[in-house]
Every structure is written in structure tokens, then in C-alpha cells.
Design a protein around this ligand. Structure first.
Ligand code: ASP
Length: 331
């Protein structure tokens, strides 16, 4: 009846030097070494069951690998684990956490964490993050909250969390909501309980995921959209990160409309927080124009999470109506 810890590499485990002469750190620490470096972990009150999984930078992680971890974690919980911790790199953590959150069907907490300073640096934050994550995973008040990101003694809902800084140890933030809790003097304090949605009905297989490409296109000033030429031949879906409340240059609107006739195209904001609108602006390329042309309203979903959702939907065979309904629910 312990906490299951799955280690996936990232800065938190990067204490070795690469052999390629670059002198940079690479993932080297095993889960046992990671946990040995955490003062206070033995006072957790429950044992840790450590499983070394993929020692890779998080830029190398794939959807099937993350789904495999969710399935292994599910089995661990079915066998009696009270909660799950995953350590991984921070670069893709906002995406993997949301993918986990969509799939996680247990009440037991699924907590993701990592580090910004590797173990060879002064003030390495990995041990504190791992300890806080384990405390949350073992904590009854954290039950029923889905996937959580615990970092810098803050608890964030996977649905809202973003990596907001390239180097700061306070990089994880939830701009739309703030943290839903804190770890204070080792005590887990949950302050808000976001509603849980129905867990995902089916798991897509790796082959299906590989065959499902979803592009993310960030719109920029004076954008001619040439990069979008032929996209529907190579991709099954598209997420557009538009200006502000979901705007694009006027000449891009028909290009996106034509794509939306062939593949699902979701509209999100490139700003980093807030929602795209539905019916406020009326110019060519406005949110109302794009919706009229068939783009799906991404709501409050940021572009990266919208892409996770759309790929999962397409890989599980969802049709247009299911996709629109899922975006209405999650966005
Ligand atoms: N590049 C690292 C990774 O995501 C960064 C980190 O772990 O913080 O694997």
C-alpha cells in the first residue's frame, strides 16, 4: 500500500556527463539514487515502489510511452498503491500531464514532477520536488483530483498548468486559476477541487497514434500561411494558435476555412492565458469569421493541450461531432 514512483529521466536525474565531448549533463540517476538523495522521504509513512522506466530528456517522450506509464500506474493502483509519482523532464510536462489527466480513471492521485536545476548544481530543486510530490501522492485530500503537477511546493491541476519560464524553479504556474493547493511544512493543503470529467473511454494503440498527425500552427504578423499548403495531405488535424482572442490575418481565413472542410481545425490563443472568443469581433479573420468557416472553438485550452486532445480524439476514431463535443467539454 505504498506510492509507486516511475522515473522518466529529465533534469531531475541528470548527473552524468555525455560521452560526446559536449560536457553537458545527461540522465544517469536511477530511481533508487534519486530517492536516496531526498532527506525526509523515509518519514513519508508509506513505502515507495520505484520503477526505472525511460531515462530520456522529456523532449524524447512519445504519446505511446506516456500511455504505457498510465497503464502501468493503473495496474499498480489496482494492486493497492495509494498514489503515483512520475519524475520527468519539465519541457513537455504540461503536455504529458494533460494526456495523463484525460486517461486517468482512478481516484488515487497521479502526480508529475521534475527539476529545473540538475543534481550537480547548488540549490538543486529535484529532492524537494520529489518529496512534495510523494507527500501529495500519499495524501487522502488529493484523491479525486486527477493528474497533478507538484513543483516548488505548489499543487497544480494538469488541466491548467503551464511551463512559464525557461530556467526559474518557479516555472510552473496556472495562469487561469492559480495553484489548487500547497505543501506547507510538509502538510498537503488542497484549496480548490476542479470538477473531474469522465475518463477517456478507449486507449489508442501505438500504430494508430503514429498514423495520427496533428499540426500546431502559430500565427504571426503579416503571415502569408504558405507553410499550410498541402497540410491536409500529411496531417489529420490542425491546431491554430491565433492572435489574442483567436484572430488571424484576413487572407489566412479562407486558407483555414478550406482546411477545416477536410480536417478538424481547432482555434486557440497564442497569448498564454485566457480564452478565445466566439462572437465578439466580425472582421475577416476574426473568431466569428473563423467559426463560421468551420474552425472548432478551443475555449480556454492552450495550443499545446488542444493538440494533445485533438490527437487523442483522432487516434481513438472520434468523428466531427465527437470532436466538437469534446472541445466544448474540455475547452
Ligand atoms: N530539457 C529537460 C527535459 O525536459 C529540462 C528539464 O528536465 O527540466 O528533459
Amino acid at each position: 500500500m505504498g506510492v509507486s514512483l516511475f522515473t522518466l529521466g529529465g533534469t531531475i536525474a541528470m548527473a552524468g556527463r555525455s560521452g560526446d565531448g559536449s560536457g553537458g549533463v545527461v540522465a544517469r540517476l536511477t530511481g533508487a539514487e534519486l530517492t536516496a538523495a531526498v532527506p525526509g522521504l523515509d518519514g513519508l509513512g508509506v513505502p515507495l515502489d520505484v520503477r526505472d522506466t525511460h531515462a530520456v530528456p522529456s523532449a524524447h517522450l512519445t504519446f505511446p510511452q506516456v500511455i504505457d506509464v498510465v497503464d502501468a500506474a493503473s495496474r499498480a493502483v489496482a494492486d493497492g498503491a495509494v498514489g503515483v509519482v512520475v519524475t520527468q523532464g519539465t519541457d513537455t510536462l504540461e503536455e504529458t500531464a494533460f494526456l495523463v489527466d484525460l486517461l486517468w480513471s482512478h481516484k488515487a492521485p497521479f502526480v508529475l514532477t521534475g527539476a529545473m536545476r540538475n543534481p550537480t548544481l547548488a540549490g538543486a530543486d529535484g529532492p524537494a520536488n520529489l518529496l512534495a510530490a510523494a507527500r501529495v501522492a500519499a495524501s487522502p485530500p488529493a484523491h479525486g483530483l486527477g493528474a497533478l503537477v507538484v513543483f516548488n511546493d505548489e499543487i497544480h491541476a494538469a488541466r491548467w498548468v503551464r511551463k512559464t519560464h525557461a530556467t526559474s524553479t518557479a516555472t510552473f504556474a496556472s495562469p487561469n486559476t492559480g495553484p489548487i493547493g500547497h505543501v506547507i511544512e510538509g502538510r498537503v493543503r488542497v484549496l480548490a477541487r476542479p470538477p473531474r470529467r469522465e475518463p477517456w473511454p478507449a486507449r489508442p494503440g501505438a500504430a494508430r497514434l503514429d498514423a495520427t498527425r496533428v499540426a500546431l500552427y502559430t500565427v504571426t504578423l503579416d503571415d502569408d500561411g504558405v507553410l499550410l499548403d498541402g497540410l491536409a495531405e500529411t496531417h489529420q488535424g490542425l491546431v491554430v494558435a491565433g492572435f489574442g482572442v483567436g484572430h488571424v490575418p484576413g487572407e489566412l481565413a479562407p486558407v483555414l476555412g478550406a482546411l477545416a472542410e477536410r480536417i478538424p481545425v481547432a482555434l486557440t490563443s497564442r497569448t498564454g492565458s485566457g480564452s478565445v472568443l466566439r462572437n465578439t469581433y466580425g472582421a475577416a479573420g476574426s473568431e466569428a469569421d473563423l467559426r463560421r468557416r468551420g474552425l472548432i472553438d478551443g475555449g480556454l485550452l492552450d495550443p499545446y493541450k488542444a493538440r494533445v486532445l485533438l490527437r487523442l480524439l483522432l487516434a481513438t476514431g472520434a468523428g466531427r461531432e465527437d470532436i466538437a463535443a469534446a472541445f466544448a467539454e474540455h475547452g
